[in-house]
Write a protein that binds this ligand. Structure first.
Ligand SMILES: NC(=O)C1=CN([C@@H]2O[C@H](COP(=O)(O)OP(=O)(O)OC[C@H]3O[C@@H](n4cnc5c(N)ncnc54)[C@H](OP(=O)(O)O)[C@@H]3O)[C@@H](O)[C@H]2O)[C@@H](O)CC1
Ligand SMILES: Nc1ncnc2c1ncn2[C@@H]1O[C@H](COP(=O)(O)OP(=O)(O)O)[C@@H](O)[C@H]1O
Length: 290
């Protein structure tokens, strides 16, 4: 069974199959920053951070969009470092950012997005995945869109895409290929349109359709996990045009692995994707050794 995944990944995403160099250290695999997690939605950034860590990032930091930390340490994942969003947005050692999971759209969230715009308008080489409420705030406050650079990735679900393109969810879903192309053209960055058969538009003539996955992914937080996976691959040095479709595929393939184990699709929960994707990625890198 693993041969099918190995064959597909070696053909389409060979970077996912690479083994760790024997002389590597945690710095080799980059530092991820996850910004979001307003009051009541701390779980969204915790899920994204755990996904980034367990997919192989060297270090992971969370920046909560709250005035103080909601908890001193993550008891079930003490490896992850905790900050407020304001503090983390000043760090200079970040390899890749995820911004928006559980951010909300209130004045606290808007303040965080203003800080992010200030930083990424000038830090033009940063690797950033914009997700969830960061996208909703781009729709509500178009001046914030100045933060988006061409190597960045946006990951809307159909309703977030409708807000970004000022249309309806139904019209996005009626022609998803046109919608994702419009997102790429309008925002000038790599665009992922999530949902059944997610689409990734890297450039005008470069689109990827993901045919993997299952309806088990239709569960709260599964987009937060995707954001963590994508940011982790970026931090580990993968180019954004590869990291975006590779993360979409690995996330979907992990759901298939869980379904094969009868952990899904019914009742599968988002955090279960993390260990499944880690297992799969290790299987892929074993294949290259043979
Ligand atoms: N534990 C936590 O802290 C969690 C925190 N979270 C955080 O919550 C925040 C709000 O995010 P959100 O996506 O729930 O709200 P929102 O943007 O209003 O969109 C929802 C509506 O969009 C639609 N829709 C979605 N997908 C679709 C599809 N494929 N195809 C078609 N339609 C689709 C659908 O509309 P409906 O069909 O119901 O009319 C759905 O009801 C965000 O910051 C997120 O990170 C969550 O991750 C959960 C865990
Ligand atoms: N029916 C489905 N088939 C395949 N993938 C799905 C399905 N429903 C949702 N997904 C995937 O699950 C994830 C949901 O993300 P999102 O809507 O942002 O959820 P959340 O905000 O709860 O984290 C996306 O990657 C999407 O492509």
């Amino acid at each position: 069974m693993w041969e099918t995944y190995q064959h597909f990944a070696r053909q389409h995403f060979p970077e996912l199959c690479q083994q760790r160099p024997v002389d590597s250290h945690k710095g080799t695999f980059g530092t991820v920053a996850i910004i979001g997690g307003n009051i009541g939605m701390s779980g969204a950034v915790i899920m994204a951070a755990r996904a980034a860590l367990k997919l192989g990032a060297g270090k992971v930091k969370i920046g909560f969009a709250q005035d103080s930390l909601p908890l001193p340490v993550l008891e079930n994942q003490p490896e992850i470092m905790l900050y407020t969003a304001d503090a983390l947005l000043q760090h200079q050692d970040i390899s890749a950012w995820s911004i928006g999971c559980g951010l909300d759209t209130d004045t606290r969230a808007l303040h965080t997005m203003h800080l992010a715009r200030e930083r990424f308008q000038t830090d033009t080489h940063a690797q950033v995945v914009w997700d969830a409420d960061a996208l909703n705030l781009f729709s509500l406050h178009e001046d914030l869109q100045a933060a988006i650079q061409s190597q960045h990735i946006i990951t809307p679900h159909p309703t977030e895409a409708a807000r970004l393109l000022h249309t309806t969810t139904a019209s996005i879903q009626a022609d998803r290929k046109t919608a994702v192309a419009q997102l790429q053209q309008r925002f000038g960055c790599i665009s992922v349109l999530k949902g059944h058969h997610s689409l990734v538009q890297v450039a005008a003539q470069n689109a990827y359709v993901n045919l993997s996955g299952n309806a088990g992914l239709a569960t709260a937080g599964s987009g937060d996990i995707l954001s963590g996976f994508m940011t982790s691959l970026l931090a580990q040095g993968m180019d954004a045009d590869i990291a975006a479709p590779a993360a979409v595929w690995l996330h979907a393939a992990a759901a298939e692995v869980l379904a094969l184990q009868k952990i899904g699709p019914i009742g599968m929960v988002a955090t279960e994707l993390i260990d499944a994707a880690r297992f799969l990625r290790n299987q892929l890198s074993v294949a290259i050794e043979i």
